[in-house]
Design a protein around this ligand. Sequence first.
Ligand code: FAD
Length: 261
Amino acid sequence: MSLRIVVTVKYVPDATGDRHFADDLTVDRDDVDGLLSELDEYAVEQALQISENADDAEVTVLTVGPEDAKDALRKALSMGADKAIHVEDDDLHGTDAIGTSLVLAKAIEKAGYDLVISGMASTDGTMGVVPALVAERLGVPQVTLLSEVSVEGGVVKGRRDGDAASEQLEAQLPAIVSVTDQSGEARYPSFKGIMAAKKKPVESWDLSDLDIEAEEVGLDGAFTKVEAANERPARTAGTIVKDEGEGGKQLAEFLAGQKFI
Ligand SMILES: Cc1cc2nc3c(=O)[nH]c(=O)nc-3n(C[C@H](O)[C@H](O)[C@H](O)COP(=O)(O)OP(=O)(O)OC[C@H]3O[C@@H](n4cnc5c(N)ncnc54)[C@H](O)[C@@H]3O)c2cc1C
């Protein structure tokens, strides 16, 4: 039977661009370019490698996000994923991690899965909690922060590297894993892959397709609320210490004045 792998991929604002909060203190996603979260590229890569080593496997990439989030799906499809699901609904605006996990869990259930692979964290929210929340909602084992992962005989195995030791972990499928940026370089889409991606299926679902009420998500359903946000102050000109024989002393005084030493 085919191994059904679902990879959760997030469309995030480009970290190299200027980012702002909107009037309702949510992240302004309309005026910034976005892209597939770099950390989720590792999840796609691991899914593709597992799929290539399996007799029969299918990789579905899933995102919850605005219209432009389709770009993240296209990138994952051009890397080699088989199909994509985009959950989009105006009522999702302002959804927090708990709400996002509800939408992802319902979509994963509807898609059908044996293994879910997530990134270790998104590059914008960086909470690193969504895989655990989704595991709890699905009622399946979670094996998080793996730097090596494989599937054999209905079991997912992997290595989690800590500061003091490396752990070998395994779980019976169905399960959810998250992979780190140490799991292996993500492949670049080939020209053939980019062309093939244009023909791959992308399904669009909204909240009603997932039997989720608007109140369960969005700003109103969020458990977390941003009370205030301020622009980061513009960079000021730095202090230049000219070395005219006293440079070292002046530098030490400056560092001491800033309480660095
Ligand atoms: C439609 C929508 C509107 C949002 N609006 C706002 C907003 O206005 N203001 C605001 O501050 N935040 C908003 N969010 C962000 C939302 O709060 C975060 O997605 C959520 O808190 C998850 O936190 P994180 O990104 O830190 O996830 P982490 O726990 O760091 O993510 C870990 C992994 O979970 C998976 N994952 C996380 N999010 C998604 C996703 N959306 N789709 C697929 N996979 C995912 C990825 O595999 C990722 O690597 C919105 C999200 C959505 C989907």
